[in-house]
Write a protein that binds this ligand. Structure first.
Ligand SMILES: C[S@@+](CC[C@H](N)C(=O)[O-])C[C@H]1O[C@@H](n2cnc3c(N)ncnc32)[C@H](O)[C@@H]1O
Length: 364
């Protein structure tokens, strides 16, 4: 498919319905993101967001950029759109003073970081005003570890997997079987895989034995990224939090895998694409519709259309053409990994995971 597809409406405006917070104003919204960054280990973004929380109440470039978006749906992740746009400028070498604080650019956070952040925003305000409208394009490889347990379970049922991922970004999680997983002396994946997860599960671990056969590896995204290009790599890196170096390592490894393992990511709107794919049942395969941290970017109608297409495919599923719906989406205590399988429509909570993957509590 080509061209910009029609979107399934604005990102979700009923945040509570999908387990997201609903802050009252911009400062509170930034505070929620600050808390999330801090708790996931990005002290750097916590500091930057502390600055933004103060600045949105005063005249200046940060307020000018963020205030017009005060009423954007929470799920559109305004703070991450803004921080990603600034990070991109840093990674391109166009903000050397701020780069000196960003580990992703070889720096170390120093005492003048806030001042340098604000100066960078001031210097690039027009560009940032444009880029802030772009959606968040985090393709988090750590989520492969959250999805691997259920995917391996489906693969062990003996049929090849037909993977259909919506909101696939660069399709890095479509190559999950080319990464290595290790748990308590057991492992899945090549020992020299460029992406390696060591004990990503806390407590019980899933059965991570194979074999795995992949029949199809396809995804869709409203704005797909080609991870094998410099531009694609830059975009992907810009949405990784600058001081979370392990995530950069994984991303680089996954890009290496992407160069060797093809996966098609169509430019398409999720519900429409899923309906079209599922209209073509494939006998002898398990069709797996999967997504991670995507529902918040769809409208209420878009989510309804997506689940409607899945329910319809579930009704048509047969013993030799089963359908599974695997998703990792926000829950109460982290991201919930759920699996629904047809025929039958049984739904299971498989894991509670960090938003970027490990640590994962397996409950499957
Ligand atoms: C936060 S990213 C998650 C990407 C990937 N699923 C992952 O876990 O790494 C959300 C992705 O959903 C895509 N997206 C948002 N709305 C969409 C829509 N209506 N149809 C298809 N993709 C969409 C975005 O472009 C983005 O790549």
């Amino acid at each position: 498919m080509s061209g910009q597809p029609p979107l399934s409406g604005a990102p979700s405006d009923d945040a509570a319905a999908i387990g997201l917070p609903h802050p009252r104003d911009l400062a509170e919204l930034l505070g929620v993101q600050r808390h999330a960054c801090n708790s996931i280990g990005s002290a750097l973004y916590a500091r930057v967001l502390d600055l933004c929380i103060v600045r949105v109440d005063r005249d200046g470039p940060i307020r000018d950029l963020l205030l017009p978006h005060e009423h954007d749906p929470f799920g559109s992740a305004l703070a991450l759109r803004f921080l990603g746009a600034v990070h991109r400028i840093v990674l391109e070498g166009r903000a050397p003073e701020l780069a000196a604080h960003y580990p992703s650019a070889g720096g170390t956070p120093g005492p003048t970081m806030e001042q340098d952040f604000e100066a960078t925003v001031h210097a690039h305000v027009d560009e940032l005003a444009r880029r802030i409208d772009d959606g968040v394009q985090t393709n988090e490889v750590g989520r492969s570890a959250s999805l691997a347990g259920p995917l391996l379970e489906l693969a062990r049922q003996g049929r090849p997997l037909r993977l259909l991922e919506v909101g696939s970004s660069a399709g890095l999680n479509l190559r999950w079987d080319h990464y290595r997983y290790e748990a308590g002396g057991r492992s899945f994946g090549a020992p020299d895989a460029p992406v390696r997860f060591v004990d990503p599960w806390v407590g019980a671990a899933p059965d991570i034995s194979g074999p795995v056969e992949i029949a199809e590896r396809q995804g869709c995204d409203r704005s797909p990224i080609d991870a094998t290009t410099d531009e694609g790599r830059l975009t992907l890196r810009s949405f990784v939090w600058p001081d979370l170096t392990e995530r950069f390592r994984r991303l680089d490894g996954a890009i290496e895998v992407a160069k060797a393992v093809p996966a098609v990511v169509d430019r398409a709107d999720a519900p429409e694409w899923v309906a079209a794919q599922l209209a073509r049942p494939v006998a002898g395969c398990t069709t797996v519709v999967m997504h991670s941290i995507v529902l918040q970017y769809l409208s209420k109608e878009g989510r309804r259309a997506l689940t409607g297409a899945l329910a319809e495919a579930g009704r048509r599923a047969a013993e030799d053409a089963p359908v599974a719906w695997l998703r990792m989406e926000p829950g109460r205590d982290g991201a919930e990994v759920r699996l629904t399988s047809w025929p039958g429509g049984e739904e299971r909570l498989m894991a509670i995971s960090g938003y970027h993957g490990p640590p994962i509590r397996w409950v499957g």
